[in-house]
Ligand binder design. Structure first.
Ligand SMILES: C[S@@+](CC[C@H](N)C(=O)[O-])C[C@H]1O[C@@H](n2cnc3c(N)ncnc32)[C@H](O)[C@@H]1O
Length: 294
């Protein structure tokens, strides 16, 4: 398979500029409510895909271990700094299209604000399914092209793309909005059984954020989220699906797999991992496993 392009956050100050220094407390609060509603109370090993600087990781406290995956080592370094050094966290630089884990390694996964960077979302979802045991919940957030603002702009002739058509719209390089029905079809095709949808960030409008107190706005959003199984007109949608198939025991230790040739187990021998099959090597620096195929 050719290298699928990756939206590279290496060196980005995304966490600071997008979240900490911008007016996004409402979106963060609304996402926290959605996650609380969808997350299982507890579990063994959570796979956090596109973890970035670990903004959401503290929300997965019911899990014994959390494996943060991101393509960018600098995002993971920020996450490590934020979360601290702990046995509970594993930091893995990897490409979602080539996940370096043995089959059924996780009993839950999340992918928040990351599908919208996927040029090949179906391939990404297939990789996620392969890493999960049967019955595992998968919480997927995606950017919704069929949102009220896009519908209005299209109706007024201010937007060329159709918000109701099935194909993704790439509104900036490697930034995609998706049609909910299309995402549901991809989930189903990849052996995920959809359980629940929550629409999120209904009031993502500067004026609302200025005049309505934060707690009230988050509360209003938390009510509107509950219509998510009926219609999806918000800019962000959270879904919870379950991996189809029989539940298998999660291995006590995380089983790594060579992302280049697929050999598993890949011996876990920091500071350098060497694949016994293809000889490729992978460094571990500052607790971050670099399992990308360069
Ligand atoms: C918008 S950030 C979201 C971070 C975090 N989930 C949050 O909500 O705060 C998207 C993240 O996805 C990562 N990413 C994009 N494409 C990826 C890929 N193919 N494999 C792994 N990570 C990827 C980026 O490096 C970035 O950190």
């Amino acid at each position: 398979m050719d290298q699928i392009p990756v939206c590279n956050y290496e060196g980005s100050d995304y966490q600071t500029s997008f979240w900490d220094q911008s007016d996004r407390a409402y979106e963060d609060g609304a996402e926290a409510v959605a996650l609380r509603r969808l997350l299982p109370k507890s579990g063994q090993r959570m796979l956090e895909l596109g973890a970035g600087a670990g903004r959401n990781t503290p929300r997965y406290q019911g899990f014994e271990q959390i494996v943060l995956v991101d393509y960018s080592t600098t995002q993971l370094a920020q996450a490590r700094q934020r979360l601290g050094q702990s046995e509970r966290y594993r930091f893995v630089a990897a490409d979602i299209y080539k996940l370096p884990f043995g089959p059924a390694s996780f009993d839950a996964a999340t992918m928040i604000r990351t599908l919208h960077h996927m040029a090949e979302p179906r391939l990404a979802l297939a990789q996620v399914r392969a890493a999960l045991t049967g019955g595992a919940p998968f919480i997927l957030e995606y950017a919704n092209k069929q949102n009220l603002k896009a519908i209005l702009r299209y109706t007024l002739g201010r937007q060329s793309w159709n918000p109701f058509s099935p194909e993704p719209v790439e509104f900036a390089p490697l930034n995609f909005d998706f049609l909910p029905a299309t995402v549901r079809a991809w989930l189903q095709a990849n052996q995920f059984l959809l359980e629940r949808q929550l629409t999120v960030s209904h009031y993502r409008i500067g004026l609302f954020k200025r005049i309505i107190p934060l707690r009230m706005l988050v509360w209003m959003d938390s009510l509107a989220q509950l219509t998510g199984d009926l219609w999806q007109l918000s800019p962000s949608v959270f879904t919870r699906s379950r991996a189809a198939g029989t539940a298998q025991e999660i291995t006590p230790e995380l089983v790594l797999r060579c992302p280049a040739c697929g050999e598993a187990p890949l011996p876990d021998t920091p500071p350098l991992l060497t694949c016994p099959a293809c000889g490729k090597t992978y460094p571990v620096e500052n607790d971050i496993y670099d399992l990308r195929v360069q």
